[in-house]
Design a protein around this ligand. Structure first.
Ligand SMILES: Cc1cc2nc3c(=O)[nH]c(=O)nc-3n(C[C@H](O)[C@H](O)[C@H](O)COP(=O)(O)O)c2cc1C
Length: 181
Protein backbone atom coordinates (compact mmCIF):
# COMPACT_ATOMS: atom_id res chain seq x y z
CA UNK A 1 0.00 0.00 0.00
CA UNK A 2 1.23 3.48 -0.81
CA UNK A 3 1.73 5.73 2.22
CA UNK A 4 -0.89 8.17 0.97
CA UNK A 5 -3.35 5.29 0.59
CA UNK A 6 -2.73 4.24 4.20
CA UNK A 7 -3.23 7.84 5.34
CA UNK A 8 -6.46 8.13 3.37
CA UNK A 9 -7.91 4.75 4.30
CA UNK A 10 -7.15 4.85 8.04
CA UNK A 11 -10.20 5.34 10.20
CA UNK A 12 -10.97 4.69 13.83
CA UNK A 13 -12.17 1.10 14.21
CA UNK A 14 -14.34 0.29 17.22
CA UNK A 15 -15.32 -3.33 16.52
CA UNK A 16 -12.92 -6.18 15.85
CA UNK A 17 -12.89 -9.80 14.70
CA UNK A 18 -11.76 -12.35 17.30
CA UNK A 19 -8.75 -13.33 15.14
CA UNK A 20 -5.61 -12.78 17.21
CA UNK A 21 -2.80 -10.55 15.97
CA UNK A 22 0.47 -12.50 15.89
CA UNK A 23 3.47 -11.55 18.02
CA UNK A 24 5.52 -11.14 14.81
CA UNK A 25 2.98 -8.67 13.42
CA UNK A 26 2.92 -6.69 16.66
CA UNK A 27 6.71 -6.63 16.74
CA UNK A 28 6.85 -5.40 13.14
CA UNK A 29 4.47 -2.57 14.07
CA UNK A 30 6.58 -1.65 17.08
CA UNK A 31 9.61 -1.60 14.76
CA UNK A 32 7.72 0.90 12.58
CA UNK A 33 6.90 2.93 15.70
CA UNK A 34 10.53 3.34 16.74
CA UNK A 35 11.46 4.68 13.27
CA UNK A 36 9.61 7.90 14.21
CA UNK A 37 11.54 11.11 14.77
CA UNK A 38 12.02 12.25 18.38
CA UNK A 39 13.37 15.37 20.05
CA UNK A 40 17.19 15.21 20.12
CA UNK A 41 16.70 11.57 19.13
CA UNK A 42 16.14 10.74 22.79
CA UNK A 43 13.49 8.12 21.95
CA UNK A 44 11.71 8.52 25.26
CA UNK A 45 8.83 6.33 24.04
CA UNK A 46 7.98 3.06 25.75
CA UNK A 47 5.25 0.59 24.78
CA UNK A 48 3.24 -2.13 26.42
CA UNK A 49 1.69 -4.63 24.00
CA UNK A 50 -1.26 -6.27 25.73
CA UNK A 51 -2.77 -9.51 24.41
CA UNK A 52 -3.96 -11.02 27.70
CA UNK A 53 -7.79 -11.03 27.54
CA UNK A 54 -8.24 -10.24 31.22
CA UNK A 55 -5.87 -7.30 31.06
CA UNK A 56 -7.65 -5.99 27.94
CA UNK A 57 -10.97 -6.28 29.78
CA UNK A 58 -9.34 -4.41 32.66
CA UNK A 59 -8.16 -1.64 30.32
CA UNK A 60 -11.68 -1.35 28.89
CA UNK A 61 -13.03 -0.76 32.41
CA UNK A 62 -10.44 1.97 33.03
CA UNK A 63 -11.51 3.87 29.91
CA UNK A 64 -14.60 6.10 29.72
CA UNK A 65 -17.78 4.03 29.59
CA UNK A 66 -18.37 4.79 25.90
CA UNK A 67 -15.12 2.95 25.13
CA UNK A 68 -16.40 -0.31 26.65
CA UNK A 69 -16.12 -1.99 23.22
CA UNK A 70 -12.35 -2.10 23.85
CA UNK A 71 -12.83 -5.31 25.85
CA UNK A 72 -13.34 -7.30 22.63
CA UNK A 73 -10.15 -6.14 20.90
CA UNK A 74 -7.58 -8.94 20.47
CA UNK A 75 -4.67 -6.64 21.35
CA UNK A 76 -4.02 -3.19 22.78
CA UNK A 77 -0.87 -1.12 22.38
CA UNK A 78 -0.23 1.33 25.21
CA UNK A 79 2.14 4.17 24.32
CA UNK A 80 4.10 5.59 27.22
CA UNK A 81 6.98 8.02 27.64
CA UNK A 82 9.71 8.84 30.09
CA UNK A 83 9.39 12.66 30.35
CA UNK A 84 12.84 12.99 31.97
CA UNK A 85 14.42 11.52 28.85
CA UNK A 86 12.85 14.15 26.57
CA UNK A 87 12.98 17.95 26.47
CA UNK A 88 10.48 20.78 26.12
CA UNK A 89 10.08 24.18 24.53
CA UNK A 90 7.54 26.99 24.99
CA UNK A 91 6.04 24.94 27.80
CA UNK A 92 5.22 22.18 25.31
CA UNK A 93 6.46 18.84 26.60
CA UNK A 94 8.15 17.03 23.75
CA UNK A 95 7.56 13.61 25.27
CA UNK A 96 3.97 13.90 24.04
CA UNK A 97 5.25 14.48 20.50
CA UNK A 98 7.72 11.63 20.70
CA UNK A 99 5.19 9.06 21.88
CA UNK A 100 2.38 10.30 19.62
CA UNK A 101 4.55 10.36 16.49
CA UNK A 102 5.74 6.84 17.21
CA UNK A 103 2.16 5.73 17.78
CA UNK A 104 1.06 7.22 14.49
CA UNK A 105 3.82 5.36 12.67
CA UNK A 106 2.40 2.22 14.27
CA UNK A 107 -1.16 3.18 13.32
CA UNK A 108 -0.26 3.73 9.65
CA UNK A 109 1.82 0.54 9.51
CA UNK A 110 -1.17 -1.30 11.01
CA UNK A 111 -3.46 0.16 8.33
CA UNK A 112 -1.00 -1.08 5.72
CA UNK A 113 -1.42 -4.60 7.12
CA UNK A 114 -5.23 -4.41 7.08
CA UNK A 115 -5.40 -3.91 10.85
CA UNK A 116 -7.67 -1.45 12.60
CA UNK A 117 -6.78 0.99 15.37
CA UNK A 118 -8.43 3.78 17.39
CA UNK A 119 -6.67 6.33 19.55
CA UNK A 120 -7.90 6.35 23.13
CA UNK A 121 -6.74 8.85 25.72
CA UNK A 122 -9.64 9.11 28.19
CA UNK A 123 -8.67 6.64 30.91
CA UNK A 124 -7.56 6.64 34.52
CA UNK A 125 -3.81 6.82 34.05
CA UNK A 126 -2.84 5.77 37.58
CA UNK A 127 -5.06 2.69 37.35
CA UNK A 128 -3.68 1.78 33.89
CA UNK A 129 -0.18 2.02 35.35
CA UNK A 130 -1.17 -0.19 38.28
CA UNK A 131 -2.79 -2.82 36.01
CA UNK A 132 0.22 -3.04 33.69
CA UNK A 133 2.98 -2.52 36.27
CA UNK A 134 4.17 0.70 34.59
CA UNK A 135 6.74 2.53 36.79
CA UNK A 136 5.80 5.79 38.56
CA UNK A 137 8.18 7.96 36.48
CA UNK A 138 6.57 6.91 33.17
CA UNK A 139 3.53 8.70 31.66
CA UNK A 140 0.84 6.90 29.68
CA UNK A 141 0.29 9.03 26.56
CA UNK A 142 -2.38 7.09 24.66
CA UNK A 143 -3.45 3.61 23.68
CA UNK A 144 -4.98 1.87 20.70
CA UNK A 145 -6.75 -1.42 20.18
CA UNK A 146 -5.28 -3.50 17.41
CA UNK A 147 -7.16 -6.09 15.41
CA UNK A 148 -8.81 -7.04 12.16
CA UNK A 149 -11.87 -4.82 11.67
CA UNK A 150 -15.26 -6.53 11.99
CA UNK A 151 -17.47 -6.13 8.96
CA UNK A 152 -20.38 -4.59 10.82
CA UNK A 153 -19.83 -1.47 12.87
CA UNK A 154 -21.13 -1.57 16.44
CA UNK A 155 -23.89 0.57 17.91
CA UNK A 156 -21.16 2.18 20.05
CA UNK A 157 -19.31 3.16 16.91
CA UNK A 158 -22.43 4.61 15.32
CA UNK A 159 -23.04 6.70 18.45
CA UNK A 160 -19.41 7.86 18.66
CA UNK A 161 -19.44 8.78 15.01
CA UNK A 162 -22.64 10.75 15.48
CA UNK A 163 -20.89 12.75 18.23
CA UNK A 164 -17.53 13.19 16.53
CA UNK A 165 -18.86 13.82 13.03
CA UNK A 166 -17.37 10.53 11.85
CA UNK A 167 -14.30 10.93 9.69
CA UNK A 168 -15.42 14.25 8.22
CA UNK A 169 -12.69 16.88 7.99
CA UNK A 170 -12.88 20.67 8.11
CA UNK A 171 -12.03 22.09 4.70
CA UNK A 172 -8.41 23.19 4.14
CA UNK A 173 -9.65 26.75 3.66
CA UNK A 174 -10.72 26.76 7.33
CA UNK A 175 -7.52 25.36 8.83
CA UNK A 176 -4.60 26.30 6.57
CA UNK A 177 -3.13 29.70 5.79
CA UNK A 178 -0.62 30.83 3.21
CA UNK A 179 2.24 33.16 4.19
CA UNK A 180 0.12 34.90 6.86
CA UNK A 181 -2.64 33.81 9.29
C1 LIG B 1 -6.09 12.11 21.44
C2 LIG B 1 -7.25 11.34 20.87
C3 LIG B 1 -8.18 10.79 21.75
C4 LIG B 1 -9.24 10.03 21.25
N1 LIG B 1 -10.11 9.43 22.14
C5 LIG B 1 -11.09 8.64 21.66
C6 LIG B 1 -11.93 7.94 22.55
O1 LIG B 1 -11.83 8.04 23.77
N2 LIG B 1 -12.88 7.11 22.02
C7 LIG B 1 -13.04 6.95 20.68
O2 LIG B 1 -13.90 6.16 20.27
N3 LIG B 1 -12.27 7.62 19.79
C8 LIG B 1 -11.28 8.44 20.26
N4 LIG B 1 -10.45 9.09 19.37
C9 LIG B 1 -10.67 8.93 17.92
C10 LIG B 1 -11.37 10.15 17.31
O3 LIG B 1 -12.71 10.20 17.73
C11 LIG B 1 -11.27 10.03 15.78
O4 LIG B 1 -9.92 10.02 15.39
C12 LIG B 1 -11.99 11.19 15.07
O5 LIG B 1 -13.38 11.16 15.36
C13 LIG B 1 -11.80 11.14 13.55
O6 LIG B 1 -12.26 9.91 13.02
P1 LIG B 1 -11.28 8.93 12.23
O7 LIG B 1 -10.14 8.54 13.17
O8 LIG B 1 -12.13 7.74 11.86
O9 LIG B 1 -10.75 9.67 11.04
C14 LIG B 1 -9.39 9.86 19.85
C15 LIG B 1 -8.45 10.44 18.98
C16 LIG B 1 -7.38 11.15 19.48
C17 LIG B 1 -6.37 11.71 18.51
Amino acid sequence: METIEAIRSRRSVRRYQETPVSKETIESLLEAAIRAPSAVNRQCWRFVAVTDKEKIAGLAKLNMAFNGWLKDAPAVIVACADPKESTDSNDLPYYMWDAALAMHNLVLAATDKGLGTCYLAAYKEDKVKELLGIPDNIRVVCMTPLGYPAEKVSLGEKLTKAVTGSSKRKPLSEVAHWDKW
